[in-house]
Design a protein around this ligand. Sequence first.
Ligand code: MN
Length: 260
Amino acid sequence: MTGAPMQPPLADLHCHLDLYPDHAAAIRECERDGVCALTVTTTPKAWPRNRDLTSSSRHVHAALGLHPQLVAERSSEIGLWQEYFSEARYIGEVGLDGGPRFYRSLDVQRQFFELVLRACAREGGKFITVHSVRCTKEVLDMIEKHLPARTARVVLHWFTGSKSEARRAVDMGCYFSVNADMLRKAQHRDLVASLPSDRVLTETDGPFTQTASRPARPSDVRAALESIAVCRGSDAGTVAAAVRTNLIRFLGDEAQAWAL
Ligand code: MN
């Protein structure tokens, strides 16, 4: 094997640490293993505990979200999301889901996502992790329309759009967080192979993905590095080094707050 060793810090830019049986232990594990983790929330009710548990963490930061799959049933929490918005530097999980179980709620999903993007544009300086299942074009249209002049930094999480949509997202300044599960499909391996290496980040989306037949944990992001390396004809150490550089560039002044 050639290239740099796969050394910490690793980067899990989209995981749900509050959905593990022991939330606090999952955060400690990231600190111990040197994994820079962005832990997203699916409802704003989960924000205070996530904020408090990560407030003194070197590597783990919490994002304020309302998952597109939950927006319809949790629309009463939109006010709460707005209430917490100013104190959150990171936003997610947000976006659109046009899959068979959720397309019926797309109208309310759109209304909320527009509200999120406009709030981020108004306040500036936010980092957003965006879900775009079966809605890639519309998600990009909305980002283009409501986040003028790149007023926020966007990571497209588990992106499965076309290559031309990926090129459009690159032109818009977006990054991509790639997990091992999405690379099981040849079509997605082909897509990830086509991404510019300076826009690739990694994620697990744990506990919603599996590693070795158990829910993935943030340090399992190594599996994503291995899979990305295979589909790009590289090696995991080289990909890890590129991801680290990309994360520092993506975070800008905020990188210090991640001990990077
Ligand atoms: Mn997720």
